[in-house]
Each structure stands twice: as C-alpha cells, then as structure tokens.
Design a protein around this ligand. Sequence first.
Ligand code: RIB
Length: 346
Amino acid sequence: MSARVSIRDVAARAKVSLATVSNVLNRPEVVATATRERVLAAIEELGFVRNESARQLRSGRPRAIGLVVLDVSNPFFTDVARGVEEAASEAGHAVILCNSAGSATREARHVELLAEQRVHGVLITPATNSLEAVDGLRRRGVSVVLLDHPARLEDTCSVAVDDRTGGELAVTHLLAEGHERVVMVNGPAHVHQAAERHRGAVDAVLRAGRDPELLETIVMPTLDVASGLRAGEQLLARPVRPTAVFCANDLLALGALQALVRGGARVPEEVAIVGYDDIDFAAAAAVPLTSVRQPRHLIGRTAAQLVLAEADTSRDHEHHHVVFTPELVVRESSRGPRRRRTASRR
Ligand code: RIB
C-alpha cells in the first residue's frame, strides 16, 4: 500500500510552499487562480486526502456550524436547513442539525454540546424568548446568528421575515374576497412568529375599517397537522361555520383543510383557507393552499453566510439584522367570486 501522501508531497509536486497548499485547502479565495489550479492538479495526481481529524486536533475546531431548529419535522425548517447546508458546504463546512422540539431544556443541551465541540458558529431559532442559550454561546466566544427571529441584539446577527406584514397580507386577502368574519387558528403566544402574525391579522381588520370583533382567534398548543385537524373538527362542529380561516402556518392549514373536506365542507366555496410558509405541500394539497410565502432557502443561506463571516473576522465583524418581506401566493383554497360572504349554516 503506497505511503500516505502528505501535504509536503503536494507542495513539492506543485512547486509551492506548505502555506500555499494550506490556503488552497482552507481559504481558496486568497490563492491566485493559476496557483490554486496547479495545487489542485497535484492533489489529484498524488491522491492526497486531508487528514481532517489531525487538522481538528491541531486547530481544535471542526469545520462545522451548528443549526438548532424548533421542529425538524416541519418542512419550513428543512427548507431553511437546505439553504444553510448549501452555503456551509460552499465554505467547506459541515452542518450539525439539532432539534429543540420547542423545549428550552433540549435547546440548552444541544447548545452545550455544540459549544463543547467548538463549532465555528451556531444558527438558532430560540425555543423561548429568553435568549439565555444565545447569551451562553456568546460568553463562550461562539458566533451566533438568530434564525427566523427578529431580536435586534447589538452583538448578534439575525435573519427573520416580517411576520406582522405576513399576517396582514393573509387577512386583507380574505376580507377582499368578501368574507364578513375570519377565524385565525394560531399557535401559543410565546412563539413570537405566531404572535406577530396575529398582530398583522388585527392590523388588516383595523386598516379595513372593520370591527375588530370580526376576527376570532383559536389558540392551539402546537403548530402542526394534528392541531390543525383538531381545529378543523371544532369548526365543523359549530352550528354556524366560519367562511374564512387563516392558519399561522401551513401544517395547521393542511390539518384544518383535511378535517373540513373530510367532514363534507366545500373549500373554498363554503370555507376559504389561508396558510403560512408556502412549503411544497401547500401547492400539492388536494385543494391547493393559498399561503404566505417565506423565502426559506434564502433565510438559511443568509444566516449561514453571516455566521461564517463573523467566525472568520470576529473582531471587526459588523452585525446585520436582515428582515425579509413575505408574499401572498393565492391558490384555489381561498380564491372565489368576490361577493359578500356570511357564515354558512350546516
Ligand atoms: O415554527 C413555527 C413556524 O414559525 C413555522 O411554521 C414557520 O412559519 C416559522 O416561521
């Protein structure tokens, strides 16, 4: 078996210094193109394979970033993770995905493990508004970017979407479709995304000069399909059903849609439904779902690029607070003739 090819062999073959080979491996952007290509050709010819574990032992830091999400089963977060992974991979980093499942205890455990691993940075959608986990990471010198969270901390970058505008877009659309009343199926108030969407829904009613009473809110314990099913069944059981439902995310909306259609309600003729996120399943639903689109992949890419930039230039890094604007995607689940609609009787 041939002796292991070393970084010295590569430098000799390419007629460059050891530092140049190291730069090609770790910071290719600082090496002139012709030199970089000569070194890569030597790596290919000699069959050089970097000894990542030896590098980690020397530098003590894995080429990895952590990603802590609220709910790994929600396609919103897997779409965000895809953007994170793409940007991290382009920079030669892996991603360690952690799921807090909305639990502050689980979040704290994941954060501790990531800090012990001395990852280059952590992207986190906090499970609570306390941001204690974020403070702990920063105290240990770990770069942090708040993901899908608008907190404007002076020493921490953040990437979010203007959820208040998103909620307003959804309810303005339903009012414009002629609905007299709207039921919002929301998540717990401590989930800031849900709280902001609700604020936007109220804004829409007030801006339309309508009675705030026309917006009724049902708070579910979780933002998933199971809660959406339960909410849909509750609405079906009412003697007078609402004609318009805005759900705080697509999983709630898909659950409510399933319950309503299964119970014989016609969507959108009898009940119009609007979701939030515009995950791929929204367009693929039995009745294609109107939804407020969040730029999920871009959210992930942007957050990853910010955390890697800070990790590379932590001392003079300028913190950024990026807020994307959502857009309404109208589909069959809420589209209908523009006419005054009152609640439908069973
Ligand atoms: O985690 C709950 C929701 O917040 C997700 O569906 C997505 O909308 C996020 O912003």
